[in-house]
Design a protein. Structure first.
Ligand SMILES: Nc1ncnc2c1ncn2[C@@H]1O[C@H](COP(=O)(O)OP(=O)(O)OP(=O)(O)O)[C@@H](O)[C@H]1O
Length: 268
């Protein structure tokens, strides 16, 4: 189970900081800092898939980076299966599989080598590692390019390799930042099937997306972040009930651009 309460993160702005005009008009902007995430709370139970939605720049990536221990929050708490990410980052990290938006593969290494390298960093034994990689190659349909260098891979191949690498150690919690962005339809389906397979193993999955069809197909829970605040957190059914039509797009639009005083709504 993942429990996040009142998460906040501001980035200090130095002389060299380049913000866009729209960011300078944003309520999160001050002369000295940009408060990317102001107040985000949600939870995700065992075997649940949670879709993290929000407009560009809302604070999704910043939130996911804090959950994965890549970024230290200024405030708030993150508990992963009872482990406090801030107090015990190493212990928390062992339980998490994190796919960042930037795949960051080693270009000279093959798919197999990229994944094996991370498995060894997690202390996996060689025989278990080979078996796990073979299992992931099957689940993600990767056998064809197992020995291809990352430099020579397509976007889809790179993304599958990055996903396999993130979960090679069979983490208890999986966090994926826009796992389907830029992928063709078949590869998207493979990634969605893979998330479904994690759900079948009761592994909680949190993924950010701009695609509401993915949310409809996979998610038990929805969280919407707008200007650094979680303006909705609840079940997919509760999210649909935000509008009379039950349409996800309308529901999304109804929970963003709320007045500044709006607090998180929805059911727990
Ligand atoms: N290091 C930083 N310094 C200053 N501002 C930052 C920094 N990192 C992120 N931001 C700003 O914080 C805001 C939130 O960024 P974030 O990447 O979390 O948004 P997002 O919801 O993931 O957006 P997208 O859907 O476009 O990927 C953006 O305005 C971004 O420019």
């Amino acid at each position: 189970m993942i429990e996040i309460n009142n998460l906040a993160k501001a980035f200090a702005l130095g002389k060299g900081s380049k913000l866009s005009e729209s960011e300078k008009q944003d309520v999160r902007y001050s002369k000295t800092a940009f408060h990317s995430v102001r107040d985000v709370s949600f939870h995700c139970d065992q075997g649940e898939v949670l879709g993290l939605l929000g407009p560009n720049g809302a604070g999704k990536t910043t939130t996911l980076r804090m959950l994965s221990t890549a970024l230290k929050p200024d405030g708030g708490t993150v508990l992963i299966n009872g482990v406090d990410v801030l107090k015990q980052p190493l212990k928390a990290r062992q339980q998490i599989g994190f796919l960042s938006a930037d795949t960051g593969l080693y270009g000279k290494l093959t798919a197999f080598e990229n994944i094996a390298y991370f498995g060894r960093l997690h202390g996996m034994k060689e025989s278990a590692l080979r078996q796990r990689i073979d299992e992931l190659f099957t689940l993600l349909n990767m056998h064809d390019f197992a020995n291809r260098r990352a430099d020579n891979m397509s976007t889809g191949m790179k993304q599958k390799t990055a996903i396999a690498r993130a979960v090679v150690h069979s983490p208890k919690v999986v966090i994926l930042d826009e796992p389907t962005t830029g992928l063709d339809i078949m590869t998207v389906q493979t990634v969605l099937d893979f998330i479904q397979s994690l759900k079948a193993l009761k592994t909680p999955v949190i993924f950010s997306t701009h695609h509401l069809d993915e949310v409809a197909a996979l998610c038990d829970r929805v969280v919407v972040i707008d200007k650094g605040i979680s303006t909705f957190s609840g079940s997919i059914e509760a999210f649909r009930q935000c509008t009379p039509s039950g349409d996800l797009r309308e529901a999304f639009l109804s929970v963003i651009n709320q007045p500044e005083t709006a607090t998180a709504q929805g059911v727990a």
